[in-house]
Write a protein that binds this ligand. Structure first.
Ligand code: PEP
Ligand code: MG
Length: 759
């Protein structure tokens, strides 16, 4: 049974569109069950009727014509009860309804199973038989399993448009929403420009080389051309990226020179293969090898290799680079966006990015955040090849894309974009003003940084310090662990840029979804595995070098603070403190005169919440990593789009935990900050202020909104609101209570504008 199921699902998955998929389903299920009829009815969301979409056994002329409402017929009953229905004699059932067009009167028995995807009834799968008999348990189980498996496939096909007649090359299609992963915050409205791969490596035929020397020469010429192309692109991005971010292009260039790659190609050509075939074979083998490693970071490297291969192939095929028309508000869309594609867009024209593949960890997402371009990645259902030239909205806050937005949505997002523009413009006046409530409570606003571009943006927005410098970012854009000297230089830049304001440097936090190409971590359950401090305590040589680099970098500046990620208990903290003291005495022995910087612990694991006093008593400050704390308290993977609805930092359990952390830290006489995304959410910021956080650290983009809002309310009103929401047990009600209260105060306009659109 399992094999049959697997084969059917595989076949359906490979179908070119929904119609073909449904055709395969009815044919194969009928065969597998030995029934005389198999049909699929899908619920049309617009008419709210189950429409016969495919059948084997009933009259095919009825397809698309026969339909019934949820309170009609047996199909309607299966759909509305959300349960299978197994009848020996269908026509005796009170809900039986006869549709003459189908010719189904010949069939006595009926077995129907609902097709449900993410709680939504999509349709009903039915088998029928002439003889009067009840389908047995095994048959019922088979149909139920089949429809559960097919639900996802049908949902995907529906999303890609077939069911609603989308896909007529864009124009005239209706508004549709596609869910992905938030890659970089912000909203954008623009025109989609689809970048198709310049050449398709998968369709290069094998062919013997007619003239081996000429083929070798062709390959060398292509190599030189691609090398030049990459250098030009890198130079074009020079003023937007710092040297180590641009090093991505050097990595590409190194790959071009890599003996493993070019030598293999040359060898195959010498063996008699033509250049295109040799290149395609070698690149595909490399890509397979990377992909099989199963590690998200290394899979991203596979996409780099593929991109390079396509570029080389394009030259070999003597195709000129695609001459794309870039609109003024270009939203770049591709199956797999690469950093190089970004560089092709003329300056000032790029407003948004959408990638069908990829994760928040991909290079392109890292660059997009550095450049402040709203981005959605992992939009797997988007029929990207069909959207060129159509209007599109990118919601980089929620990871959503809207194609052909209607007037209402365009207006709403237009307001979001305008809001963001005005806030950015209004910065000049806000920038130098303190973040202080109407009744005089100060709330220092800090920024989270990682890339060089963050520094300038943070300063433009009037940040008062860095609450979280994610040191893994420079580690990620490298091909090996950076040396102590290299690290010290990068850290020095960061410390000097903000001096005399404090800069909180977090020690290396890899693992989970952040791994290094040169230090792969392969685990079944990476978020519960070898992450953050667990890795660096197991590798004191990495930890000590990093701390030494931080200390040396701070000489004469003295604005360094060190923060420890993923601490789950006192033992880990004590071991870390021991190593930091060791590094400190070593650098002092080397003659570097630096004081011991303030040390802090991140509260990201529920265990640390319950030990807050013990932890706080041993350090100088506490910083809450609410991204991870929410994920671990609610047991919701922060990167999994399937459970994204459950990830909510306004959940009462999260709010209780935060309050406990603030009170516990203050009881130990220490200061407490928060550096998760929550701090940059204006609604949440009001609660955090009321809870007594001593500073908030956030993405530079959100800082002005939070500052604006906190300057418009009183701390006493915020405390009143906090008291009210702490009595509510439902996160959605908490959200709407806060929304309403702030709107009533006339402060609605800065509450995550995109969130208001979604509501
Ligand atoms: C957090 O977990 O809230 C945090 C700030 O760290 P990161 O997002 O880098 O895991
Ligand atoms: Mg974290």
């Amino acid at each position: 049974m399992l094999n049959t199921l697997r084969k059917i699902v595989q076949e359906v998955n490979a179908a070119k569109d929904l119609k073909a998929a449904l055709g395969i389903i009815v044919q194969r299920v009928k065969e597998a069950m030995g029934s005389q009829v198999c049909s699929v009815y899908l619920l049309d969301p617009e008419t709210n009727r189950y429409v016969l979409m495919a059948t084997e056994g009933l009259n095919k002329r009825a397809i698309g014509k026969v339909s019934m409402s949820p309170n009609e017929g047996l199909v309607g009953l299966v759909g509305s009860r959300e349960e299978p229905l197994n009848l020996e004699h269908a026509s005796e059932h009170p809900r039986y309804r006869y549709f003459a067009e189908t010719g189904e009167e010949r069939y006595a028995s009926f077995l129907g199973a609902p097709i449900i995807h993410h709680r939504r009834v999509m349709g009903v799968l039915v088998v029928q038989q002439k003889e009067r008999r009840q389908f047995d348990e095994g048959e019922e189980a088979f149909l139920v399993t089949m429809s559960a498996q097919l639900a996802g496939v049908i949902a995907h096909a529906e999303a890609t448009g077939s069911i609603r007649g989308l896909g007529r090359q864009g124009k005239g299609i209706q508004e549709a929403r596609f869910v992905g992963i938030a890659g970089a915050p912000g909203a954008a409205i623009g025109t989609a420009v689809v970048v198709l791969p310049p050449a398709d490596l998968d369709v290069v035929p094998d062919r013997p080389a007619e003239d081996v020397e000429a083929e070798l020469k062709r390959y060398q010429t292509a190599l030189a051309a691609v090398r030049e192309e990459l250098q030009t692109l890198s130079a074009k991005l020079a003023n937007q990226l710092r040297p180590d971010e641009r090093a991505l292009f050097d990595v590409y260039l190194m790959m071009l020179d890599d003996a493993a790659l070019s030598k293999d190609v040359v060898q195959l050509i010498k063996g008699g293969q033509w250049a295109q075939g040799a290149l395609s074979q070698v690149i595909r083998a490399h890509v397979d090898r990377f992909e099989q490693m199963g590690d998200p970071y290394l899979s991203e490297r596979a996409s780099d290799v593929r991109d390079l291969g396509r570029r080389l192939l394009a030259h070999l095929q003597q195709e000129r680079q695609q001459t794309l028309v870039y609109h003024d508000n270009t939203i770049l869309v591709s199956e797999e966006l690469t950093p190089a594609m970004l560089g092709e867009v003329p300056e000032g024209k790029l407003v948004g990015l959408v990638s069908v593949q990829g994760s928040g960890n991909s290079h392109v997402a890292i660059l997009a955040r550095a450049m402040g371009i709203p981005t959605v990645v992992g939009a797997v259902d988007l029929p990207y090849a069909k959207v060129d030239g159509i209007e599109m909205i990118v919601d980089g806050y929620h990871g959503e894309v809207f194609t052909n937005p209607g007037a209402v949505l365009r207006k709403q997002y237009g307001e979001v974009v305008e809001e963001e523009r005005q806030l950015t413009q209004g910065l000049e006046s806000l920038r130098s003003l303190p973040c202080v409530t109407l009744d005089g409570q100060r709330m220092p606003l800090w920024v989270n940084t990682g890339l060089f571009a963050d520094v300038a943006r943070a300063q433009q927005r009037g940040a008062e310090g860095v609450g979280l410098y994610r040191t893994e970012v420079p580690f990620m854009s490298n091909e090996r662990f950076p040396s102590e000297k290299e690290q010290a230089a990068i850290y020095r830049e960061q410390l000097a840029a903000f001096h005399p304001q404090p800069v909180t440097m977090r020690t290396l936090d890899i693992g989970g979804d952040k791994s290094l190409s040169y230090f792969p971590i392969k685990e079944q359950n990476p978020f519960l595995g070898w992450r953050g401090i667990r890795v660096t305590l197991d590798h004191p040589e990495i930890f000590l070098v990093q701390v030494r680099a931080m200390l040396k970098a701070s000489e004469g500046l003295e604005n360094l603070r060190i923060l420890l990620p993923m601490i789950s208990g006192v033992l880990e903290l004590e071991e870390s403190l021991h190593l930091i003291h060791r590094a400190w005495s070593e650098v002092r022995d080397e003659g570097v005169n630096v004081p011991m910087p303030p040390l802090g612990v991140m509260i990201e694991i529920p265990a640390a919440v319950y030990q807050i006093r013990e932890l706080a008593s041993q350090v100088d400050f506490i910083s809450v990593g609410s991204n991870d704390l929410t994920q671990y308290l609610l047991a919701v993977d922060r990167n999994n789009p399937r459970v994204a609805d459950l990830y909510d930092f306004l959940h009462p359990a999260v709010l209780q935990a935060l309050r406990q952390v603030v009170d516990g830290t203050h009881a130990e006489g220490k200061s407490v900050s928060i550096c998760g995304e929550m701090a940059g959410n204006p609604l949440a910021a009001v609660l955090l202020l009321a809870m007594g956080f001593d500073s908030l650290s956030m993405n530079a983009t959100n800082l002005p909104k939070v500052k604006w809002l906190l300057r418009q309310i009183t701390a006493s009103k915020a405390r009143e609101l906090l008291d009210e929401v702490m009595r509510i047990d439902n996160p959605h009600v908490i959200n709407s209570t806060l929304n309403l209260a702030l709107r009533n105060l006339g402060l609605g306009r800065v509450i995550n504008p995109a969130a208001a659109v979604q509501a």
